[in-house]
Design a protein around this ligand. Structure first.
Ligand code: HAM
Length: 414
């Protein structure tokens, strides 16, 4: 028979590894919740147009999208990223602004799988819509930074840039095109830099690296309002002590960005996949999705990448078991059934063995579970209406009346 495996580029996350995910999502929810962001749950698939409008010129949309026709003949796509869905939801429901949302959700990109690059990856993200106040940029960038710090990551660099707006960027792009036209670039880009010249600045190949060394920088060609906005963002970050590196070459992999853009690069990871997160402003996106002109900004942190970086730095390990009690029953199982039920109802975590296993095997499971206490019911205990309680860490043992066991366990655990 065929043995099925998880599709290429996807992973199963099993206990106890999944306990880290739970902890990470809870840490993130706490951080962004304290800053006024509320959880948004949006569909995992959308009309393909939602994504086409936001990134027609990008690989994420042109080459990597899981799009298909559903049984009703609709063209849909599995979400390649979270921002478009949240902005589509904003346009549809028009909540009061500023609208501050967070999510923890899977995204799907048909990429070439490699370390840190998956076909299904997961992001923790925020989106804030309704104001272009630079203080919001500062809040969002600082939040992304502080989540990394709370995970314990010390070797993460915050890269910051401004991509201008539709007043200053077109003139800059013309300038860049004429520069690139005269430069020596890699094969891919010497043929195709016209459409998306910014991408060339991000190309990792040597020819493009050298060929663009003296390329004009967008930050030097920002219009007056974009210059002022970027100055306020930097001053705000400085005032909070958020350390960043200006990176005029930083262009993001999606088309919708305007003004502030940023990335968090983990020095502990291989440079091709070292972005643990990224984000920026997208002041034209709501309009592109048919809504009223509404500025917005957000970020996405890759859960897999954050955890890879945590592994590389030796932080944020798999948490120890939180199981309180293991019930060992050698009298047939009925006592274990009742005891675990009673303990759980009282808020104590409890588990047991099944299949009438031997005492030895049940104690082995108890040890493996990491539980603090074992409650043992053998023939003697059953006859005497008692339970033997063993501390699995210290080894001490007491025999207690069955009727008093809850109180006793609660005392031992407190
Ligand atoms: P992105 O840079 O495409 O931005 O993805 C954000 C993060 O998701 C990346 O920095 C990386 O950590 C992780 N990531 C992306 N693709 C993969 C993959 N194939 N495998 C593993 N991890 C991956 C966005 O998606 C934007 N929506 C972020 C944003 C929110 N901008 C504004 N608001």
């Amino acid at each position: 028979m065929t043995e099925f495996r998880a599709p290429v580029g996807t992973r199963d996350v099993l206990p106890q590894e999944s306990a880290r995910w739970e902890r990470l999502v809870a840490l993130f929810a706490g951080h962004v919740g304290r800053a006024g962001y509320g959880l948004v749950l949006s569909p995992m698939f959308e009309d393909v147009g939602v994504f086409e409008r936001v990134g027609e010129g990008t690989d994420v949309v042109r080459k990597e999208m899981y799009d298909f026709e559903d049984k009703g003949g609709r063209r849909v796509a599995l979400r390649p990223e979270g921002t478009a869905s949240v902005v589509r939801a904003y346009v549809q429901h028009r909540p009061t602004a500023p609208f501050k949302a967070w999510y923890a959700a899977p995204n799907f990109r048909y990429e070439r799988p490699q370390a840190g690059r998956f076909r299904q990856h997961h992001q923790l993200g925020v989106e804030a819509l309704g104001t272009d106040d630079a203080d919001l940029d500062v809040e969002v960038v600082a939040l992304a930074r502080s989540v990394c710090a709370a995970v314990g990551l010390g070797r993460v660099t915050l890269l910051l840039n401004s991509l201008g707006d539709d007043v200053c960027r077109p003139a800059y792009l013309d300038l860049l095109r004429s520069f690139l036209g005269a430069a020596v670039l890699c094969d891919e880009h010497s043929a195709g830099f016209e459409k998306n010249p910014l991408r060339v600045l991000d190309c990792k190949r040597d020819a493009c690296r050298t060929g663009t060394e003296a390329a004009p920088r967008l930050v030097d060609h920002l219009c007056e309002p974009c210059t002022a906005h970027f100055a306020r963002v930097r001053a705000g970050l400085d005032s909070l002590g958020v350390v960043y590196t200006l990176q005029p070459r930083l262009v993001r992999g999606l088309d919708y960005y305007t003004r502030t853009t940023f990335e968090l690069a983990a020095e502990s990871l291989d440079s091709a996949q070292n972005a643990v997160g990224g984000g920026g402003r997208y002041d034209k996106l709501a309009e592109a999705l048919g809504g009223p002109a509404t500025p917005g900004i957000g970020f996405g942190l890759g859960i897999e990448r954050l955890l890879l970086a945590a592994d590389a730095e030796g932080v944020f390990g798999v948490p120890a078991s939180t199981l309180d009690v293991w019930v060992v029953d050698t009298t047939g199982g009925a006592a274990a059934l009742e005891l675990t039920h009673e303990l759980r109802a009282a808020g104590i975590s409890a588990d047991r063995s099944f299949d009438g296993r031997s005492m030895k095997s049940q104690f082995k499971s108890a040890d493996r579970s990491g539980a603090r206490l074992a409650l043992v019911v053998g023939d003697n205990e059953l006859a005497a209406a008692t339970v033997t309680l063993r501390d699995l860490r210290g080894g001490e043992q007491d025999t207690v009346d069955r009727a008093d066991i809850l109180k006793y366990v609660q005392e031992r655990l407190s």
